[in-house]
Ligand binder design. Structure first.
Ligand SMILES: *[C@@H]1O[C@H](CO)[C@@H](O)[C@H](O)[C@H]1NC(C)=O
Ligand SMILES: *[C@@H]1O[C@H](CO)[C@@H](O)[C@H](O)[C@H]1NC(C)=O
Ligand SMILES: *[C@@H]1O[C@H](CO)[C@@H](O)[C@H](O)[C@H]1NC(C)=O
Length: 441
């Protein structure tokens, strides 16, 4: 997990800076003198999980913690059973305001063992979910110090600390299926205590974050608050260089544990069509819309799905259209979970990845299309094949289109919760930069 922590040396320096300056900001309630943005460095697990792991510091004394990034979920959850040591954790009492706001129905009344984060009396209970495996459990809702850098490159700068960041205690068994070294999951959802809204409330940011996912071997970032989107060498993306589309709210929860009437905390967008090489693919429009009675259908973004998942008929239509547009490229046998593969040696390359037809996700109008190039549509397999990186999600999935991690890599995505819109850059490779080049400070 060394890659999560930048170099080892800056840690001591960061702590000193933190003590001298930025940590005070949150202690005094943010606002004047507080940071205008904080960042969460992200790396991709190159092993089977392909998850994106965020590194941050938590507890007292501050300890490095890794957690899998999740656009779903309700809040941060971490394993409190193994190796949780802190002098500053505090329970969220049953019936308290944060307990009510976390929409928790549970109250943990007694624990007879020695007091610990996972053993407390009269404590609000949450339901941390491992959204990669679909397993959830009950756990204490507590608070502790959470610290994030306020600058990124050229150096990870002073830390800003949230002195009482609310999260849920998961269990060691719940971390099964997560990337090696990840002790939990960090939710970026629109839920009240997920990172975007909780950090915004702590530091008086506007409720906005930018997500720049890296491929394996590089480092990406989540930026919370108001930061300029600048990249080396000399690339600045203003909001004018992003294309915006409304973020939609699915009226029916998509979480593993929910209460009747809860809305989904996930991010849906209004894909109305898909084009391959500029030609519309015939699709069943009913599947693309969210059925407001049961929450089925529609398009969401997921950092836990490694590849884009399409309902069976959509998958077939897109794959057939792509095959028809690439009839000249020699094929290779399919490599699961993909169904359309090419001889990697016979595909040309461009600045934006393999030279293949574009896939456009039409978001309401042609002017707001998310254009996907080879770097985000094609996956190189170990055997040298190059496969169309979409997988069949079955005939009756809850959500018809799930835009997965690979399709979002090296794209800047701005989730603006105030304006309820998603801004996207398309491939940064076009601008001769990438997420690893993001700088702040
Ligand atoms: C919870 O309360 C019971 C009864 O008062 C007490 O015996 C126990 O030690 C307490 N547990 C913790 C973790 O404080
Ligand atoms: C871009 O941001 C500026 C300043 O925050 C704002 O005035 C403007 O309306 C924004 N433009 C778009 C297209 O969102
Ligand atoms: C389109 O999808 C809906 C929902 O699954 C289904 O009821 C309908 O029969 C489909 N229409 C066609 C033409 O296949």
């Amino acid at each position: 997990m060394a890659s999560l922590l930048h170099a080892g040396a800056p840690l001591a320096a960061l702590l000193v800076l933190c003590l001298l300056s930025a940590c005070r900001a949150a202690g005094s309630g943010g606002g004047v003198g507080g940071p205008s943005a904080v960042v969460l460095p992200v790396s991709k697990d190159a092993a089977a999980t392909q998850q994106y792991v965020a590194g941050f510091r938590q507890r007292t004394p501050l300890a490095p913690v890794g957690a899998v990034l999740d656009l779903a979920g309700a809040t941060l959850w971490v394993d409190c059973e193994a190796g949780y040591a802190s002098s500053t954790y505090s329970r969220v009492p049953c019936g308290s305001k944060p307990c009510r706001l976390s929409r928790s129905a549970a109250c943990v009344t007694t624990c007879s063992a020695a007091p610990a984060p996972s053993c407390l009396n009269d404590t609000c209970g949450g339901f941390p979910e491992n959204t990669a495996t679909g397993v959830s459990t009950g756990g204490n809702i507590i608070t502790d110090v959470l610290a994030l850098p306020t600058t990124f490159r050229p150096q990870p700068g002073p830390l800003a600390a949230a002195p009482a960041f609310l999260f849920t205690c998961g269990a060691t068994f719940l971390t099964r299926g997560l990337a090696a070294g990840a002790a939990g999951m960090a939710s970026l959802s629109r839920a009240r205590f997920a990172l975007p809204t909780q950090l915004a409330a702590t530091f008086r940011f506007s409720r906005r974050f930018a997500l720049c996912l890296p491929p394996a071997g590089a480092e990406g970032v989540v930026v919370f608050g108001d930061a300029p989107y600048t990249f080396q060498p000399g690339v600045a993306l203003s909001n004018a260089s992003l294309v915006y589309t409304p973020l939609l709210v699915n009226p029916v929860s998509t979480a593993g544990v929910s209460t009747k009437g809860d809305k989904s905390d996930e991010y849906f967008v209004g894909v109305t069509g898909i084009k391959v090489n500029g030609r519309a693919v015939p699709l069943n429009a009913t599947l693309l819309a969210i059925d407001r009675r049961n929450g089925v259908g529609g398009t969401k973004l997921s950092t836990v799905a490694p590849y884009t998942v399409l309902e069976t008929s959509i998958h077939k239509a897109v794959t057939d259209a792509f095959a028809a547009e690439t009839a000249m490229i020699p094929r290779a046998p399919p490599v699961a979970p993909f169904t359309l593969c090419y001889d990697g040696g016979k595909v040309g390359s461009t600045r934006v990845g393999p030279a293949v037809p574009t896939i456009e996700l039409v978001l309401g109008s042609d002017a707001a299309s998310w254009v996907v190039f080879g770097a985000n549509s094609m996956v190189a397999t170990k055997g040298g094949a190059l496969c169309l990186g979409v997988v069949d999600g079955g005939k009756a999935p809850r959500t018809s289109v799930v835009i997965g991690g690979h399709m979002m890599e090296d794209n800047l995505l701005e989730f603006d919760l105030e304006a309820s819109r998603l801004g996207f850059s398309s491939s940064l490779l076009f601008r001769q930069t990438n997420c690893n080049n993001f700088r702040l400070g």
